[in-house]
Design a binder for this molecule. Structure first.
Ligand SMILES: [Zn+2]
Length: 230
């Protein structure tokens, strides 16, 4: 009985396989199953399979590449200056001593005078609080500006970004241009210089993506908030 059962089972399997192969040779789905067909019946399947993929994929694939590049290529300039690109890459510390990441408030898009937008983050802290280097990098410029008051421009280590610290009360002793600051170094103290408003002690901190490190003032600002908040 077992032998009979085995023979019948084998017969049924063979019959199913034959029906399946015949169906595949005639069926319209050959183009989508190119891999199993040649292994089952290589000489004929090769003849049947090759014409159909050439005709159908050309009609299927040709519309796809044309819309895709226009979608993938056009936004490429923006991701370069998107803060998301630097989240988890730039391991910045909060550049004010004693301030935690969760205390930060996103003020990047706030309006400022003369139609400008803020393009920075303000970090309130008591006068004289230590301002820390957010990352390693060269101090390229110590500058007195009308709006920013006492300010620092610091390049990132790869010189692709500039960190700008403004409204400072003063610089750390012996801080000078050309100095390479390390992350966490005290470089200045929180103040209210420039247009901060008297008694409105805070660090104005911005990050800009540079195209030329020599033009450290001429960058595209990215929002420091998601980068600092992580
Ligand atoms: Zn500000």
């Amino acid at each position: 009985m077992r032998l009979w059962f085995a023979v019948v089972t084998l017969f049924v399997f063979t019959a199913v396989a034959v029906v399946w192969v015949l169906h595949k040779r005639r069926g319209g789905e050959i183009a989508f199953r190119t891999s199993p067909a040649p292994t089952l019946a290589s000489p004929t399947a090769a003849n049947v399979v090759t014409p159909s993929p050439s005709s159908s994929p050309s009609t299927i694939l040709s519309p796809n590449p044309s819309p895709e590049p226009s979608v993938t290529f056009s936004p490429q300039p923006t991701p370069e200056v998107s803060p998301e690109n630097f989240v988890g890459v730039l391991n910045l510390i909060v550049p004010v001593a004693g301030i935690r990441r969760d205390q930060l408030i996103d003020t990047f898009s706030e309006a400022r005078s003369e139609g400008r937008s803020h393009d920075a983050i303000d970090i309130p802290a008591p006068a004289g609080t230590s301002v820390l280097a957010a990352a390693d990098g060269e101090i390229v410029k110590l500058f007195q500006s009308e709006r920013g008051g006492t300010t620092i421009y610091q390049l990132s280590a790869d010189r692709k970004l500039v960190f700008y610290y403004a409204h400072l009360q003063g610089y750390a002793p012996n801080l000078h241009e050309g100095e390479y600051a390390h992350q966490g170094d005290v470089i200045a103290y929180v103040g209210d210089t420039g247009n901060a408003g008297q008694g409105n002690y805070h660090l104005h901190f911005s990050i800009a993506v540079l195209s030329d490190p020599k033009r450290y003032w001429d960058g595209t600002n990215i929002n420091p908030y998601p980068v600092l908040r992580r």
